[in-house]
Ligand binder design. Structure first.
Ligand SMILES: [Zn+2]
Length: 216
């Protein structure tokens, strides 16, 4: 797997510090399990985050919380990378939630021709969402800006936008000011998983009307 697009520095640091939202944490862990480069970046960031947490421990971070953060990070870093179970073709962080299932087993909900979605269950009360998308060839997402930080991980197929081509293992780690318009360019369906904080804000009225229909 040749990975060309990686997590940005802010996400790597937040992940190492344990301050990333739940959906973004699962998605970052999924990418990190596939990507040796980001794994080593997290290890470096862990040392920085450890120093920050040590400095702030008396003010805002309890010893218990810090220990839990670093223990969960260790568990992810020590997990064998890219070793799906015989049946599962999902990254480890996703199969931990969904079980030993393959992409074929996902209970997709068709939202529009060529668009199907599946909500990955997260903790109650989280302000983040994790959604799997299956988009047909040539499918163009409505142009949109983002209401919050959004990370997309490609699991199958590919798409391109003004930032380049995104294939399995690649992540699009976008802040809320970025606008893009991905177009699926693979013959097979493009399956990706998206972590976001709030609903995307679509630009055009038509797209706005379609947003509840498409459901992202
Ligand atoms: Zn990476």
């Amino acid at each position: 797997m040749k990975i060309s697009h990686h997590l940005d520095d802010a996400t790597i640091l937040a992940f190492a510090a344990g301050t990333v939202g739940e959906a973004h944490g699962v998605l970052a862990a999924a990418h990190i399990s596939l990507c040796p480069l980001c794994r080593s970046r997290v290890k470096s960031a862990e040392q920085i985050a450890g120093a920050i947490l040590a400095d702030e421990s008396e003010a805002s971070v309890s010893d218990q919380c810090r220990a839990a953060t670093l223990a969960s990070l260790d568990a992810i870093l020590q997990a064998k990378p890219a070793q799906p179970k015989p049946k599962s073709d999902l990254p480890l962080a996703l199969s931990r939630i969904l079980g030993d299932v393959s992409l074929r087993d996902i209970k997709w909900k068709t939202k529009a021709p060529g668009v199907a979605v599946f909500d990955v269950p997260l903790s109650k009360g989280t302000s983040t969402k994790l959604k799997m998308l299956r988009l047909g060839h040539g499918r163009t997402m409505p142009e949109h800006g983002h209401g919050g930080d959004e990370i997309t991980l490609i699991l199958k197929g590919s798409y391109h936008d003004r930032f380049g081509r995104f294939a399995p293992g690649d992540v699009a780690d976008l802040d809320h000011e970025i606008e893009h318009q991905p177009i699926v360019d693979s013959d097979e369906d493009c399956i990706c998983v998206v972590a976001f904080e709030t609903k995307a804000k679509y630009k055009t009225l038509l797209a706005k009307l379609a947003q509840p229909f498409v459901g992202i």
